[in-house]
Design a protein around this ligand. Structure first.
Ligand code: GLU
Length: 447
């Protein structure tokens, strides 16, 4: 069997034994596409069941999360933690609270996290978790009771040297606070390093809140530099208006770009003068309102109910909402409108058809594994500060983040060059992420 035939066989096996998990298949297919190239050149990666082991999580935990709402009604949600790979360090990855969460979603996110975390160059393995709990419309007290119930099971499986969860969609500082409080109470120990994304007063790191969005902008800045282009005055479209989107907009504006559009699940706004971020933050962060309210404050802006924000002409497109939000048709519209750079702030927001369209038409495409790694990288910096009982300044932490993003960009580009695919960020990120984990797994033996 040739290396390529063997890769096909392993992929078929992954699909068959993980039936009904299309997002996991999608994430695996993209990595396997790059693995073919690696195995051609380095056949030893096909040995010792290495790829088969990489595709099978080390441990998967599924548990019941019962909780009581404010009216005394009992709800039952499902909790997940997939501990995918710990060759490079403790499992590390966020928790997502969203009604769409199921095992396949958590596995796709956990699988991506292995390579993303490897690419940061920091000592963190890959994992992910969450629940199909929907925080939308729930009171603080309800969210607290849910988090306490969730942690009552999860606390047995996590720890500073074992598994370190953080936030993701639906999990921010409020939820991390309730989760940490319950962990501390159950274990009778102030183990700061068990969760990241903590508040600044109780073990959190400066820049962690901003990190995914800022890191994305630093990465895009490098992409633009590599393409002998600048961001000054460039029209930028950012999907979403959550934590990643808001901080991406902020940093892109600081880098001189003109961000004209952002969205939520209801629709999108266009403000050709440049989005007023304070208004967006007031609506989304302080009032937990809808993006449509933006036009009340800025009557010259427009709101489109539903529709595709990718119709808005731009030079740079940053999908920062959720998986598969940008499909092939949307990609073709963006390409037709002259987009030059697309980078993923969310995890797997571009469908395989969209990614192919961008790559074929010469648009620089930064995959999430590389472009959005600033969040988890800063989580690793939070872990470093917790381990040394230190806390760094905003400026110093931000510098570390910027340096990490430049390093990720460099590794990605160098690897793409090394494998004869200059400018291909997808192969570059997959291969660079894979090789480091694979070498560590080989060194640690068949475990
Ligand atoms: N959820 C984020 C991600 O997708 C951050 C994870 C973390 O900080 O552990 O990378």
């Amino acid at each position: 069997m040739t290396g390529r035939e063997w890769i096909e066989a392993v992929f078929e096996q992954v699909r068959a034994r993980n039936a009904g998990e299309p997002e996991f298949h999608q994430a695996a297919a993209e990595v396997f596409d790059s693995l073919r190239i690696v195995v051609d050149r380095h056949p030893h990666y096909a040995e010792s069941g290495l790829v088969e082991r990489l595709c099978e999580p080390e441990r998967q935990i599924i548990f019941r999360v019962p909780w009581m709402d404010d009216d005394g009604k009992v709800h039952v949600n499902r909790g997940f933690r997939v501990q995918f790979n710990s060759a490079l360090g403790p499992y590390k990855g966020g928790l997502r609270f969203h009604p769409s969460v199921n095992l396949g979603i958590v596995k796709f996110l956990g699988f991506e996290q292995i390579f993303k975390n490897s690419l940061t160059g920091l000592p963190i393995g890959g994992g992910k978790g969450g629940s199909d709990f929907d925080p939308k419309g729930r009171t603080d007290a309800e969210v607290m009771r849910f988090c306490q119930s969730f942690m009552t099971e999860l606390h047995r499986h996590v720890g500073e040297y074992t598994d370190v969860p953080a936030g993701d969609i639906g999990v921010g500082a409020r939820e991390i606070g309730y989760l940490f409080g319950q962990y501390k109470r159950l274990t009778n120990s102030y183990e700061s390093g068990v969760l990241t994304g903590k508040g600044l007063a109780w073990g959190g790191s400066q820049v962690r809140t901003e990190a995914t969005g800022y890191g994305l902008a630093y990465f895009v800045d490098e992409m633009a530099r590599t393409a002998h282009d600048g961001l000054e005055g460039r029209r930028v479209v950012v999907s979403g208006s959550g934590n990643v989107a808001v901080h991406a907009i902020e940093k892109m504006q600081q880098l001189g770009a003109l961000v004209v559009s952002c969205s939520d699940s209801g629709g999108y706004i266009v403000d050709d003068k440049g989005i007023d971020l304070e208004i967006v933050r007031d609506i989304k962060e302080r009032r937990r309102g809808r993006i449509s309210e933006y036009v009340d404050a800025v009557p010259s802006a427009s709101y489109v109910d539903g529709g595709s924000l990718w119709d808005v002409p731009c030079d740079v497109a940053l999908p920062c909402a959720t998986q598969n939000e940008l499909d092939e048709d949307a990609a073709k519209v963006l390409i037709g409108n002259g987009v030059r750079i697309v980078a993923e702030g969310a995890n797997m927001p571009a469908t395989p058809g969209a990614v192919t369209a961008f790559r074929q038409s010469g648009v620089a495409f930064g995959p999430g594994k590389a472009a959005n790694a600033g969040g988890v990288a800063t989580s690793a910096l939070e872990m470093q500060q917790n381990a040394s009982r230190d806390s760094w300044s905003f400026e110093y932490t931000d510098q570390r983040l910027a340096k990490i993003m430049v390093g990720i960009h460099e590794r990605t580009i160098e690897t793409a060059d090394e494998y004869g695919m200059p400018g291909d960020y997808v192969h570059g990120a997959n291969i660079a992420g894979f090789v480091k984990v694979a070498d560590a797994m080989t060194a640690l033996g068949v475990i």
